[in-house]
Design a protein. Structure first.
Length: 370
């Protein structure tokens, strides 16, 4: 059967991988967490001849969550096999794996439903809740926000004559775009062209396409690619978390500066707390930023490096990095303003003390001459 014979009623078998990332806190002591709840140390699967430099540093922990109840259109109520990977910077990625046997039309409808991820996120959160409670003592400053998660879907299909990559891109780009964009409705030619614009292959039989919310992966040996996808999604979540945190702290800092600037009697001690908080924030944000960016080493594996760069472009990770760096520079400026104001307040206080001492000496001299 040629790829051109695919129709809306053609049945395809594959696996839907649902990745939901959360942030559990500032830092995780992985050794402590592993003592509390036994876990596998998650290494990276490497393609043949890939150098050992390709690895997680440090290696995260993998927890098997068992079967997770999930209700999906076209598939009904099912039990998805689930696992979670916990990183030292506080991020955790949940993976739900759902086998399917669906027509092209049914896959399109399923993709459209996945665009609203609330039910999927809730299922992942419920599955993680017992693990979170158990490893909580190993988390520094634990905080699991209800409003912060990042979802990504991978439609994995086995390669075959019916899914030859070149013909698939040429003859069925519209269908591919509907999966990538999670859109069951009609799409413009411009949207279709952009959705399938970024794609790579390792062999003539495999294909990897990605967009902001989903990817299509045509491959028979793709564990390492799935791990890169999973990590990149988690990295996006951590960048969003840092960016939001910087926004909150900057808003507080600006209010603090305004309040102190309008104070009738500013005291240098009033600057101690905001200076300390801003200093701690700079250190924390830079640390999380660097650890998140450096934990995955792709040195030596060109295919996976290309896959990562493709995802990074779709996720706009460079723009997120630039935004964080600008805000860190802004924090540096705010820190300097507060430090200058503290120094000014301290100098004014010393001047006031000197004036009071001089006045006291004059008064005592006058009293002594009487």
């Amino acid at each position: 059967m040629g790829a051109e014979t695919l129709t809306a009623e053609t049945v395809l078998s594959g696996t839907l991988h649902v990745y939901v990332a959360f942030d559990w806190g500032e830092e995780v002591d992985l050794d402590h967490a592993r003592r509390i709840v036994p876990a596998e140390v998650q290494g990276l699967v490497r393609r043949p001849r890939t150098p050992p430099a390709f690895a997680y540093r440090p290696a995260p922990l993998r927890y098997r969550l068992g079967a997770v109840p999930l209700s999906l259109p076209e598939l009904g109520v099912l039990a998805a096999d689930a696992d979670a990977i916990l990183f030292d910077f506080g991020g955790i990625s949940t993976a739900l794996h759902v086998p399917f046997h669906l027509t092209l039309l049914q896959l399109t409808r399923l993709a459209g439903w996945l665009a609203e991820p609330a039910e999927v996120v809730q299922a992942a959160r419920i599955a993680l809740a017992p693990l979170h409670e158990r490893v909580r003592p190993a988390i520094a400053k634990p905080q699991w926000r209800e409003d912060l998660s990042e979802e990504f879907y991978v439609f994995e299909l086995p390669p075959g004559e019916a899914l030859e990559p070149r013909n698939l891109l040429e003859q069925h780009a519209r269908w591919l775009a509907s999966l990538l964009l999670l859109e069951a409705g009609p799409l413009s030619e411009e949207e279709i062209a952009d959705a399938v614009r970024l794609h790579i292959s390792y062999t003539p039989q495999d294909l990897f396409l990605s967009d902001w919310g989903a990817a299509v992966l045509l491959d028979s040996n793709c564990d390492e690619t799935l791990q890169v996808i999973k990590f990149c999604n988690l990295q996006l979540l951590e960048f969003r978390y840092i960016d939001n945190r910087l926004d909150d702290i900057l808003a507080v800092a600006y209010r603090q500066i305004e309040r102190l600037a309008h104070s009738w009697l500013p005291s240098w001690r009033a600057f101690t707390r905001p200076l300390r908080e801003l200093g701690e924030l700079k250190v924390d944000a830079n640390e999380v930023f660097e650890r998140t960016g450096n934990v995955l080493k792709l040195v030596g594996d060109q295919y996976l490096a290309r896959a990562y760069r493709q995802l990074a472009e779709r996720f706009h990770l460079q723009e997120w990095e630039q935004s964080i760096e600008r805000k860190l520079d802004t924090i540096e400026g705010v820190y300097k303003v507060l430090a200058d104001q503290a120094a000014t307040a301290r100098a004014e206080l010393l001047e006031l003390i000197v004036v009071i001492l001089i006045l006291f000496e004059v008064i005592m001299t006058m009293i002594g001459h009487r």
